[in-house]
Design a binder for this molecule. Structure first.
Ligand SMILES: Nc1nc2c(ncn2[C@@H]2O[C@H](COP(=O)(O)OP(=O)(O)OP(=O)(O)O)[C@@H](O)[C@H]2O)c(=O)[nH]1
Length: 707
């Protein structure tokens, strides 16, 4: 039991494992496709981001480049011209700040030594009223208020002498106060080219409001055209033409572009601890995340890093749904494939079970066929092919291989010609639907030459779409033994019938002459009367061979028998109708019952009998007539009724015979009875003329009953 359940569970477990493998493989493939598509989508997204990034950079880079180039050119020009005058500077300012430049402020910052500072301040104040050289009171000089103090003493001062526009400018502020500002300026001095500062809070004296972040691009101005060496540049430095750029203004267009694309923009200054110098409002500045587009820009010698971070809207909008779709469809397909595999496995298991049952049935059928020793046949109607088992051929003392190819013709060739028609008829009746089963018995030729009786039973097992028979199958049984038994039985029956017939003949026939015996007289007489009662006349003729005793005595008993036989045969030959009958009622006495429509025909009939006997001319030495003669007593009833009895008939005919004997023999006495006459036995004869069986004795054969 346990082993059985294990053997059932094992295939189930294998099936489940197979389904799991199929589903898993499908899911893995889907995940693989998802990942590859996701990577592809991410790459595409990066490309899009980079393209947007380029556009964002382009939004401010050109302005910057223009501003820096303009500052450089102006710086070089001033290097040739020397210190600019106020008017000259204003012209520069007007020119540089117009035409889409990123610059919002232009300053002239001459180099002033600490010793010259006071004189310089006085000269400047003479030109610009109230001019004072100051610096922010706090170290971080980004305040917009007036919290300024007189410039502290230092080796070198860089006071803003001119500013364009003047409003909000850091006029008079000594830029040397801030080492950070100075770092870029000194770099510019040494390199001979404009250098951007790091970003800082712009100084906007007298202009309250929010701190504005910006940076300055400082172009060095030398006393002569741009010196070749660093030492010469340091020595010849006249001052700086500084252009101020406000970050919000510079980045406005870039921001707009980033915003329009659902991107957050962050700008980092890479030179100093990766400082965020510009960021989208509300967005959390964070180190570069995966998915960010990072671009590097050179801003007047300072490396900036732009980070574009996709917002959820960008990710959602740009995200390709294909990977998710592929994952979903792949997973669904895997599950469906799993279901399909499971279904096919279930069907296969079911098929296996069905096949096992079928194999069992086949084995059972084979056992039954073996047990019954039946041959099987399977007839393919269209091709005529006949598939048979080995037993089918063995029945005929042959093997299948020696009969191959086996077709309907093979069967016909082996079948007895006398049985073919019956077999074919049975087949036709079954094919026509007249009989539910094809069942027939026929003989088939055995290899040793004898005939084997075969019982063939079968039926249609396959039809085409239109119901026409395609295949018939059935069995062959060797029924030779039964047939032989039947034959014996039939022979026995025939013998029995013959014996019965003989017995019946013995019972009703006289063994010597073959005429009906006396016992049967009554039956025949009654039958004749039954016909007579339907309105026909009837006659009974009794005849007795004359001088028969002397014949026996003279010729011997055997000759006497021969005479009796000859006489009986002659009388039988003269009978006219099937209802006419001859009897031997005693030794040499015969009776003839016959129909005769008239008295004349009855007499004629009897006369013919007499003539026939005479015609035989049988010699009789002891008869006065010289040959065998007989006396006839004829009784004829014109219209007998039911009252007429065999006894009365016999008595009447016998009486006539007696008269014929008395009258001299070899003659006929005729008694004619009209309607109602001679139908009852005269009282005196009652009991003496009974010819019933009980009255018949062997003694009676020895001599006629005489009245
Ligand atoms: N051979 C032979 N003789 C028989 C048979 N039956 C009866 N007989 C004989 O028939 C004879 C009848 O003799 P009868 O009755 O005297 O009559 P009959 O000699 O013919 O004289 P009538 O009838 O008066 O002419 C007897 O001798 C019987 O033995 C038989 O079956 N065979």
């Amino acid at each position: 039991m346990k082993q059985g359940s294990q053997s059932r569970l094992l295939p189930l477990a294998l099936d489940a494992a197979l389904v799991a493998v199929v589903v898993l493989a499908g899911l893995l493939a889907s995940i693989g496709a998802f990942r590859s598509l996701t990577q592809k989508a991410a790459a595409q997204q990066r490309e899009v981001l980079n393209a947007i990034g380029q556009s964002v950079v382009a939004a401010f880079d050109l302005q910057l480049v223009r501003a820096i180039e303009a500052l450089e050119v102006s710086g070089q020009l001033l290097s040739v011209q020397g210190q600019p005058s106020l008017d000259q500077f204003r012209r520069y300012g007007r020119g540089l700040l117009s035409g889409g430049s990123a610059l919002t402020l232009l300053e002239w910052q001459p180099v002033v030594s600490d010793a010259d500072l006071s004189a310089f301040e006085r000269r400047a104040a003479a030109e610009q009223r109230g001019y004072r050289i100051v610096e922010p009171a706090a170290a971080e000089g980004g305040a917009a208020g007036d919290d300024f103090i007189a410039a502290r003493p230092r080796d070198l001062h860089l006071p803003v002498l001119y500013s364009w526009p003047e409003a909000g400018a850091a006029l008079g502020v000594d830029m040397a106060f801030d080492p950070r500002r100075m770092r870029s300026k000194l770099l510019a001095r040494d390199s001979g080219s404009p250098v951007a500062s790091e970003t800082f809070s712009l100084i906007r004296r007298g202009q309250p409001g929010p701190v504005v972040l910006g940076f300055a691009v400082s172009a060095p101005v030398y006393r002569a055209a741009r010196p070749d060496t660093v030492e010469a540049r340091r020595r010849e430095l006249l001052g700086f033409l500084a252009g101020v750029i406000e970050m919000p203004a510079l980045m406005r267009e870039a921001m707009r572009r980033a915003d329009a694309n659902d991107l957050d923009l962050f700008v980092y200054d890479q030179d100093e601890q990766h400082r965020l110098i510009f960021g989208a409002a509300g967005a959390e500045p964070a180190p570069g995340e995966e998915g960010d587009a990072v671009l590097s820009v050179d801003v007047g010698g300072r490396p900036w890093q732009l980070v574009l971070r996709p917002r959820p809207a960008f990710v959602g909008g740009a995200r390709d749904q294909l990977p998710l779709l592929a994952l979903a469809l792949g997973s669904l397909a895997s599950l469906l494939m799993g279901v399909a595999v499971a279904r096919s496995l279930v069907i296969r298991r079911r098929l296996e079970r069905t096949e096992a049952v079928l194999a069992e049935d086949r084995q059972y059928l084979s056992n039954v066929l073996d047990g019954t020793a039946a041959g099987t046949w399977d007839w393919h109607v269209e091709s005529g092919r006949l598939e048979v088992n080995e037993r089918w051929a063995e029945m005929l003392g042959r093997s299948r291989s020696e009969l191959e190819p086996i077709t309907g013709t093979t069967w016909e060739r082996l079948c007895h010609a006398g049985d073919l028609i019956a077999a074919n008829d049975a087949m036709k009746r079954h094919l026509a639907g007249q009989e539910e089963r094809y069942a027939v018995e026929f003989r088939m030729r055995h290899a040793d030459g004898r005939w084997v009786w075969v019982q063939s039973v079968g039926s249609i097992v396959k039809r085409d779409a239109r119901g026409r028979p395609l295949r018939l199958a059935g069995t062959h049984m060797d029924v030779s033994c039964r047939k032989a038994e039947e034959e014996c039985l039939q022979e026995d029956a025939r013998a029995l019938e013959a014996a019965n017939r003989q017995l019946r003949d013995l019972a009703i026939l006289d063994p010597l002459t073959g005429a009906f015996n006396r016992r049967h007289f009554n039956d025949v007489c009654l039958a004749a009367l039954a016909g007579a009662h339907r309105g026909h006349a009837v006659g009974l003729c009794m005849l007795d061979v004359d001088y028969f005793k002397p014949y026996n005595d003279h010729y011997g008993h055997q000759s006497g028998d021969a005479i009796l036989k000859t006489v009986a045969q002659a009388l039988k030959d003269n009978l006219k109708r099937s209802t006419d009958a001859l009897f031997r009622v005693g030794g040499e006495e015969f009776g003839v019952i016959f129909s005769a429509a008239s008295a004349e025909s009855a007499q004629h009939f009897v006369a013919e009998l007499g003539a026939t006997l005479r015609g035989l001319a049988l010699p009789h030495a002891r008869s006065p007539f010289g040959h065998v003669t007989a006396s006839f007593g004829l009784a004829w009833w014109a219209a007998p009724t039911s009252a007429l009895t065999p006894e009365a008939m016999y008595a009447a005919a016998d009486a006539a015979l007696y008269e014929a004997k008395r009258a001299g023999r070899d003659q006929t006495v005729f008694h004619r009875f009209e309607a109602g006459e001679g139908e009852t036995l005269p009282q005196a004869l009652t009991g003496r003329h009974s010819l019933g069986v009980e009255a018949a004795t062997d003694d009676a054969v020895d001599g006629p009953v005489r009245a």
